[in-house]
Design a protein around this ligand. Structure first.
Ligand SMILES: Nc1ncnc2c1ncn2[C@@H]1O[C@H](COP(=O)(O)OP(=O)(O)OP(=O)(O)O)[C@@H](O)[C@H]1O
Length: 700
C-alpha cells in the first residue's frame, strides 16, 4: 500500500462526454495545474494508460470502468453546480410545465435533473433526453440544454441554454483531500463558488422575499381601514403597531416599540391597559383615551399555534365621518330627489296655487298628504318639497305600497337582523326609515298599505323610532313624511280599510293636485315643452290637433301627455306631412277619445263654484285666501269671532306670515267674490255656502 508521502501527483479525468471532459479539465487545470499532473481521457483510452493515478474524476457512466481498471485509486464523482442566471431561467418557468432536460448522454441529463431537485426546483415536470433516445416529445413546454443545441430535438417550444455547469466545491474539496493538498487551495475556488452558493439559495431567497412581501402587505392592509391596530403576543410583547397607531399614540420610532411590553407602551392609558389585561373578548367597547371616546375590539389570532391577540381602536369622530360618507354614497346610489319646483310645468292659476302652497309646506316639518289622480305629479311635488326643505342635503327615500308585496313591507320599511328569516342577508339590512334618517320618506300609494302595516307605520310616526324585524334594539329615526294617494282615503276609512288615526297623522298638511282637464291651459304649455322639434310643435299647433289636445280629458294626466308627445315627436320626423297628420288622427281616434264621465263631472255640470270657474273669471284663489277661509272655518267651529286679530293668530295665517293689514284686504276680496260675509258688528267674518264648498275642495 502506498503511504501518504508516496502518493503520486497524477489526477485522472475520465468522462465520456467530450464537451464536459474538456470543460472539467480546463476548470481543474485553472486551480491545480501547478501541483498536479492532470491527465484527461475518454473511457475508450482507459486501458492504454501505463500508470496508476492517485485519484480519478469520473461520472456515473465511467465509474465502473475506472474502478475495474484502477481498483486502488480514489474515485471522485464529478459534481457540478448551476449558475444563478441559469437557475433564474428555470425558476421562472410556469408551474407544471413539462420540460425536457437535454444532454448528449442520458446519465448527464439525469444528473442535471438531480441537481435541480437538490436545489429545490420542484414546480416543473422534468424528463431526461439524449439524442437517439426514443421518448415521446409531444407534450413538451420547454427544452433545457447545456451549451450544445445540436443535441436537442426539433420542437415548437422555448429553448433554454443553462450553459456548462460549474464544477462543484465538493469536487474541489475531494481533490484536495485525495492529494493532501493544503486547504489554501480552496480559497481561490471559494471566491468563485460563493456566487454559486448564492444561486443555490435562490429558492430560499425567493421564499424569504415572498414572506417579507406578505408581511408588508399585511401591515398595509392594517393601515387601509384607518383603524388603530396593534398585535400583542403571548409574552405581552407588541409585535405589530400599524401606521395609524403610530400616529395616534405619537410614536416617533415605531421600530423601537417592537418587542416592548404593552404595559410599558400604554403606561399612560390606564383604561386601555385594564381592558387588555382583562383578557376577555371585546366588541366595540367604549374607552376614553385623553378625553376622546373610542371603540375597542379584540381578536384572537389562532395562526400557527401562536396565541397572539389583535386590538383595534376606532375614534367615534372617525365613525361619524364614515357614517356621513356612507349616507352620501347611498344618496348617490338612488336615494335622491332629482326634481325641483322649476321642473314642474304649467302656469295655470291652479298649478301656480299648488306650487305656492307646496313651497310654504316645504318650509315646515309637518307631514304632507298629496292627493290627486294618477300622473298629476304627486311624486314630482314630493321631491320638490324635499329639495326646498332644510332636509335637502339628506336622503329622499321613496317607497310605493302598490308595488310592495305585503310579505316584504315590514322588512323593507323597518329593516331586519341577520338570520331574521330564510334568505336574510348576513349582517341584516337597514330599512327605508333608517335610510331616510334626517331626510324625507315618500310613502307613495299609501292607500294600498295593509292594515297591519298601517298599524306599524302609525307606531313609527308616533314614537319616531324603529325596531328591525328579528331585533330588539330601538333605533331612533328623524324623518319627514310625505304621503301620496289617488284613493279616497275618507271612503276607505268608512269601509274600514284605512285607519282613521293614521289618516290624521299623515294629513297635517294637504295638497290636492288637480287633473289636467281642470286646468286645460297647462296642456299646450306642457306638450310644447315635451315636443322636441319645430315641426313637432307646428304639428301640435294645427287648429284641429290643438282642439283635440285641449278637449281630451287626459285620464292619465301629465304621464299620458308625455306618451302623446313622444308619439308626435316620432311622427314629426316623417317627411310626408299628410301621412303624419293621418297617423296622428288615427292615434287620437284610438286613444284620445273624450271621456264622457269627465264631462258630467265638470264643475259647470255639478254647479260647484270650481277652481276652473274661478280661474276663468280671473279670480285668483291663492293659498293666502284659502288659509283665511280655513281660519274663519275653524274659528267659527270653535265659536270664536273671526276678526282680523283672531285670524292673524291662527296657525294657517302664521304659516303664510299674514299681517292684519294683509288679512283686511283679503277679507274684502273674499267678500267681493261671495265666499264670506263680513258683519258690521261683533259677528266677524262668516263663510257663505259658496265659500264652504270652495274650502271643502282644498281641505278633505
Ligand atoms: N306639472 C308637470 N310638469 C312636468 N311633468 C310632469 C308634471 N306632472 C307630472 N309630470 C310627469 O308625469 C309623470 C308622472 O308624474 P308623477 O309620478 O309625479 O305623478 P304621480 O301623481 O305620482 O303619479 P302616480 O299616482 O301614477 O304615481 C312623470 O314623468 C312626471 O315627470
Amino acid at each position: 500500500m502506498e503511504t501518504l508521502e508516496q502518493k503520486n501527483k497524477k489526477l485522472l479525468i475520465c468522462i465520456s462526454d467530450p464537451t464536459i471532459l474538456e470543460f472539467l479539465t480546463n476548470t481543474i487545470q485553472t486551480y491545480f495545474e501547478d501541483v498536479l499532473d492532470i491527465v484527461s481521457i475518454r473511457p475508450s483510452k482507459l486501458f492504454d494508460l501505463d500508470f496508476v493515478p492517485t485519484a480519478a474524476i469520473i461520472s456515473h457512466r465511467t465509474v465502473n470502468l475506472v474502478r475495474e481498471r484502477f481498483p486502488n485509486t480514489t474515485l471522485i464523482l464529478q459534481k457540478r453546480d448551476l449558475s444563478g442566471q441559469a437557475l433564474e431561467k428555470v425558476v421562472s418557468l410556469p408551474d407544471g410545465s413539462n420540460v425536457l432536460i437535454v444532454n448528449q448522454h442520458m446519465d448527464a441529463a439525469n444528473e442535471t435533473i438531480r441537481s435541480f431537485i437538490e436545489l429545490g426546483i420542484n414546480h416543473i415536470n422534468m424528463r431526461a433526453y439524449a439524442p437517439g433516445n426514443n421518448i415521446d416529445t409531444s407534450q413538451v413546454d420547454a427544452v433545457i440544454y447545456t451549451g450544445v443545441p445540436e443535441d436537442c430535438p426539433k420542437l415548437d417550444c422555448p429553448y433554454i441554454d443553462i450553459g456548462l455547469r460549474k464544477i462543484s466545491l465538493y469536487t474541489i474539496i475531494d481533490i484536495i483531500r485525495a492529494f493532501d493538498l493544503p486547504s489554501d487551495f480552496t480559497k481561490a475556488y471559494y471566491n468563485d463558488s460563493i456566487r454559486l452558493f448564492t444561486a443555490s439559495c435562490y429558492q430560499l431567497q425567493n421564499t424569504l422575499e415572498q414572506a417579507n412581501t406578505l408581511k408588508n402587505n399585511f401591515e398595509k392592509i392594517c393601515d387601509i381601514n384607518n383603524n388603530i391596530t396593534f398585535v400583542i403576543n403571548e409574552n405581552d410583547e407588541i409585535i405589530l403597531f400599524n401606521e395609524t397607531a403610530n400616529k395616534y399614540f405619537e410614536i416617533r420610532d415605531p421600530q423601537e416599540i417592537m418587542g416592548m411590553d404593552y404595559k410599558e407602551v400604554f403606561r399612560d392609558q390606564p383604561e386601555l391597559l385594564s381592558y387588555i389585561a382583562a383578557n376577555v373578548p371585546l366588541t366595540d367597547t367604549l374607552v376614553t383615551i385623553e378625553n376622546q371616546k373610542l371603540l375597542l375590539s379584540s381578536f384572537e389570532m389562532d395562526v400557527d399555534k401562536s396565541q397572539n391577540k389583535a386590538f383595534t381602536l376606532l375614534p367615534l369622530s372617525t365613525l361619524k365621518k364614515r357614517e356621513g360618507m356612507v349616507r352620501k354614497k347611498l344618496r348617490a346610489t338612488g336615494f335622491t330627489a332629482k326634481y325641483t319646483f322649476d321642473d314642474i310645468l304649467g302656469s295655470s292659476t291652479l298649478m301656480e296655487r299648488s306650487k305656492k302652497l307646496a313651497k310654504v309646506y316645504a318650509k315646515t316639518e309637518f307631514p304632507v298628504l298629496i292627493t290627486g289622480e294618477s300622473g298629476t305629479g304627486k311624486e314630482l311635488f314630493a321631491q320638490s318639497i324635499h329639495n326646498m326643505s332644510s332636509r335637502r342635503e339628506s336622503n329622499f327615500v321613496a317607497i310605493n305600497f302598490a308595488a310592495l308585496p305585503e310579505t316584504l313591507a315590514e322588512s323593507e320599511l323597518f329593516g331586519y337582523m341577520e338570520g331574521a328569516f330564510t334568505g336574510a342577508l348576513k349582517n341584516g339590512k337597514a330599512g327605508m326609515f333608517e335610510l331616510a334618517h334626517q331626510g324625507t320618506i315618500f310613502l307613495d300609494e299609501i292607500g294600498d298599505a295593509s292594515l297591519p302595516v298601517q298599524a306599524k307605520l302609525l307606531r313609527v310616526l308616533e314614537e319616531k323610532e324603529v325596531v328591525r324585524v328579528g331585533g330588539t334594539d330601538v333605533i331612533p329615526v328623524d324623518v319627514r313624511i310625505i304621503c301620496a294617494t289617488n284613493k279616497d282615503l275618507q271612503a276607505a276609512i268608512r269601509e274600514g280599510t284605512f285607519r282613521e288615526d293614521l289618516y290624521y297623522r299623515i294629513k297635517v298638511l294637504n295638497l290636492r293636485l288637480q287633473p289636467l282637464r281642470e286646468r286645460p291651459e297647462d296642456i299646450m304649455e306642457i306638450i310644447s315643452h315635451l315636443l322636441e322639434s319645430q315641426q313637432a310643435k307646428a304639428l301640435a299647433n294645427l287648429p284641429n290637433i290643438r282642439d283635440k289636445l285641449i278637449s281630451y280629458t287626459w285620464p292619465g294626466n301629465a304621464r299620458e301627455l308625455r306618451t302623446a308627445a313622444e308619439y308626435m315627436n316620432m311622427l314629426s320626423s316623417l317627411s310626408d306631412r299628410e301621412e303624419a297628420l293621418d297617423m296622428l288622427n288615427v292615434y287620437f281616434e284610438n286613444n284620445l277619445q273624450t271621456d264622457p264621465l269627465a264631462e258630467t263631472e265638470s264643475p259647470a255640470q255639478t254647479g260647484k263654484p270650481g277652481r276652473e270657474e274661478a280661474a276663468v273669471k280671473g279670480d285668483y284663489i291663492g293659498p293666502d285666501l284659502i288659509a283665511i277661509l280655513e281660519a274663519i272655518f275653524r274659528l267659527q267651529n270653535q265659536g270664536v269671532t273671526a276678526g282680523r286679530n283672531s285670524i292673524c293668530k291662527t296657525q294657517s295665517a302664521q304659516a303664510l306670515q299674514l299681517t292684519e293689514s294683509k288679512i283686511k284686504s283679503r277679507l274684502k276680496k273674499l267678500e267681493a267674490m261671495g265666499y264670506i260675509t263680513v258683519g258690521k258688528t261683533k259677528q266677524g267674518a262668516l263663510l257663505t255656502d259658496r265659500g264652504y264648498q270652495l274650502l271643502k275642495q282644498f281641505i278633505q
